[in-house]
Ligand binder design. Structure first.
Ligand SMILES: NC(=O)c1ccc[n+]([C@@H]2O[C@H](COP(=O)([O-])OP(=O)(O)OC[C@H]3O[C@@H](n4cnc5c(N)ncnc54)[C@H](O)[C@@H]3O)[C@@H](O)[C@H]2O)c1
Length: 351
């Protein structure tokens, strides 16, 4: 088992992470356990977890409907209500068993219930293993804007067991892989060189890959938990990607977070090239690799119109200036302020 130490907690990765979880549960004296899952993690992941961590048979199960469209305040109200009705108190523990939607929403609920109770994450998608479950960002979407309401509130532990990925679809594996590409492009040129050889590999994960991606994210978060500077780098691909995701969800079109981020990384790489941050060769390398993995996104005028609305809501903007986290040659990062909407339009036209 690998253990990565974060600011106030550790991330346990591997088959033995169940043992680490059992140790944690034995040591801490919680008054009650509340396990949040969705219908898929209830079916595919919960039985395995309960078999390996029998103490959690005591947990009250709160099953939510899956999907980004349920990551909103009404679902939180449902969970706060269930906690209240079942007598949860300051010493209760929330256990999030799921993908990024469950870990984001469950973490937010924990951070606000009685001004904050403990929670742990047991991520079950590749995306939540390598990104969403680590770093303490919690939240929900609001009026269509991604993660508009949220907190920075750290879990007491993250238990990553790749066994859960066995039931995840290939599309959702690709979805999570987008965040691995992202971290390589802004934080580790050698990692990028490794992964770009892997476009023909049918399965886009291995335990080593997961460990390294978490190490890279964790190193950034430890330096800048509250995103004053360096942590902004993790938003590469997200200014445009979140805007695409929100727009398509608004129009009831099917899109996954990672697919939107893959698109966002292409558009933002074109902008990075325009700012002479990366060379033409690097731009082609990034675009060819991403295009070899993800389907092309079809954009009509309505989607583009909404995308611009959402881009202006991005949390990195200040004083009316559009700020994007861009690579500064592959594997490094610098924030770029003052991006003009014509530049974004031109990059989308080149897509
Ligand atoms: N907090 C952060 O730092 C951070 C970082 C990146 C992304 N996010 C957020 O993460 C969310 C996306 O996460 P996601 O892609 O994991 O989505 P998700 O939670 O919706 O999970 C994807 C789908 O896989 C199903 N599923 C989960 N585990 C499974 C398993 N083991 N077997 C079979 N099916 C399973 C879920 O039920 C769901 O239908 C977005 O809301 C995004 O904003 C947060």
């Amino acid at each position: 088992m690998s253990i990565i130490k974060s600011t106030t907690y550790s991330v346990y990765i591997g088959d033995k992470s169940f043992d680490a979880l059992n140790n944690f549960l034995k040591k801490k004296t919680y008054s009650s356990y509340f396990l949040i899952c969705d219908e898929h993690t209830f079916q595919y992941c919960l039985p395995n977890l309960l078999f390996n961590c029998p103490i959690l048979n005591e947990a009250e199960i709160i099953e939510l409907e899956s999907g980004e469209q349920h990551k909103h305040l009404e679902t939180c109200i449902q969970v706060w209500g269930a906690l209240t009705d079942s007598g949860a108190d300051k010493k209760s523990l929330i256990i999030n068993l799921g993908g990024g939607v469950i870990t984001d929403l469950g973490g937010f609920v924990a951070s606000t219930f009685k001004r904050g109770i403990d929670f742990i994450n047991i991520p079950t998608t590749l995306l939540s293993m390598v990104d969403a479950s680590v770093g303490g960002k919690t939240g929900v979407d609001f009026e269509g804007i991604k993660n508009h309401i949220g907190t920075t509130y750290e879990p007491k532990g993250v238990y990553v067991n790749p066994v859960f990925l066995e039931t995840l679809s290939e599309r959702h594996i690709r979805n999570g892989y987008a965040e691995i590409i992202k971290i390589a492009l802004i934080a580790d040129p050698a990692f990028w060189n490794d992964i770009k050889q892997s476009s023909t590999t049918p399965h886009f994960y291995s335990e080593e890959l997961i460990i390294h991606a978490i190490e890279l994210k964790n190193a950034i978060v430890k330096k800048d938990l509250y995103e004053n500077d360096l942590r902004k780098s993790l938003n590469f691909g997200h200014s445009v990607g979140h805007a695409l995701e929100s727009s398509l969800l608004k129009l009831n079109k099917d899109i996954l977070h990672g697919e939107a981020i893959a698109f966002g990384m292409i558009i933002e790489s074109i902008i990075a090239y325009e700012f002479k941050r990366i060379t033409k060769k690097e731009l082609n390398e990034i675009c060819n690799y991403i295009n070899s993995i993800y389907p092309k996104i079809k954009l009509n005028n309505e989607v583009k119109k909404w995308m611009f609305e959402y881009i202006f809501h991005d949390k990195k903007n200040d004083n009316g200036s559009l700020n994007f986290a861009l690579p500064d040659s592959i594997g490094y990062y610098k924030l770029q302020a003052g991006i003009k909407d014509e530049q974004i339009k031109a990059a989308i036209a080149r897509y």
